[in-house]
Design a protein around this ligand. Structure first.
Ligand code: GLY
Length: 308
């Protein structure tokens, strides 16, 4: 039996071309952060570890990096708090764990994984989810831990403009992987969108919208205007285009993004198949992204930035 080649693909959010940040070194820091996340997941996969372990490690690394809108450095709600969403899925048996409205759990993706493996439920929301995390011994932090001054400034700008900020401006993080056994997994984690209202849940934690994994098709993570990805059931649509429609990974990505655009949404998708194929696509000017396999790794931000 031939061994599948492992592969890891990550994103750090889709957005505008030259994203304005207080930190002039933001772009270099973001590229370095993408590289660190690829290294965290690749080390696991190169040593024969599972796709689930790899996507959790990659997403966890991005959650800890303040350059990205997940974990510390997340965007703020209308009330000036951080509320986090995350999901993880294992393509072997389509087991999944998801959380939304997290306020004190430092590692939302690890909480989602804990839920996936120890249930009994698939999806927990709000204070109850943080309580579940505390009970499971998962680190709790004050909500202020997640908040950076730059995100306060962005919230103030959005509120002064009297509207929610461009929902695709500051991203989300995600990882998809195929391991040497040919199993796929997906993980997505986000702070959502700036100035989001009470209880708003985006596509990221919704299984089939922003996150999906099925060994019969692919593992997928989305970034972009979540409301549209929910309405398109984007990640599940992509998998079923492959499984039932016979589309290739790239065709399925392009067709799902076109479907989302047809209803007014923009963003990006990353995906890997159990065969080892990997692809991405985005309808925004930029998407923070990276790919790694046994031959090396590449990180990119803008269109046409993909040379290894
Ligand atoms: N795509 C992330 C969100 O809309 O929350």
């Amino acid at each position: 039996m031939t061994e599948t080649k492992w592969r890891l693909v990550i994103h750090g959010g889709a957005g505008s071309e030259r994203i304005a940040h207080d930190n002039a070194d933001h772009e270099a820091s973001a590229r370095a952060g993408l590289g660190e996340a690829l290294d965290a997941g690749s080390t696991i996969l190169a040593n024969g570890g599972t796709a689930v372990d790899a996507v959790e490690a990659a997403a966890r690394t991005l959650e800890e990096n303040p350059c990205f809108n997940a974990g510390r450095g997340s965007v703020l709600t209308e009330q000036g708090k951080v509320e986090l969403d995350a999901a993880i899925m294992d393509g072997r048996d389509r087991s999944a764990g998801a959380v939304s409205g997290i306020k004190t759990t430092r590692a939302p993706i690890s909480l989602a994984r804990r839920l996936m493996e120890h249930g009994p439920h698939v999806f927990l929301a709000g204070t109850a989810a943080d309580r579940f995390a505390a009970g499971a011994g998962i680190e709790q932090v004050p909500n202020d831990f997640f908040i950076l001054p730059e995100r306060r400034r962005q919230l103030e700008e959005a509120l002064a403009a009297g509207q929610e900020a461009d929902p695709i401006k500051y991203g989300t993080v995600g990882a998809v992987a195929v391991d040497v056994q040919g199993n796929v997994a997906a993980a997505t984690s986000t702070g959502g969108i700036t100035a989001k209202r009470w209880g708003r849940v985006g596509d990221s934690p919704l299984i089939g919208a922003g996150t999906y994994a099925d060994n019969r098709a692919a593992a997928i993570s989305a970034t972009g205007s979540g409301e549209y990805f929910i309405r398109a059931v984007a990640a599940h649509q992509l998998a079923e285009r492959m499984r039932l429609g016979g589309e290739t990974l790239q065709q399925a990505i392009d067709n799902v993004l076109a479907d989302i655009e047809s209803i007014g949404g923009r963003g990006g998708l990353i995906a890997v198949a159990p065969t080892g194929d990997a692809a991405w696509g985005f309808t925004t000017p930029a998407m923070y992204r990276g790919m790694a396999d046994a031959a090396g790794r590449t990180v990119a931000i803008y269109s046409g930035d993909d040379a290894r």
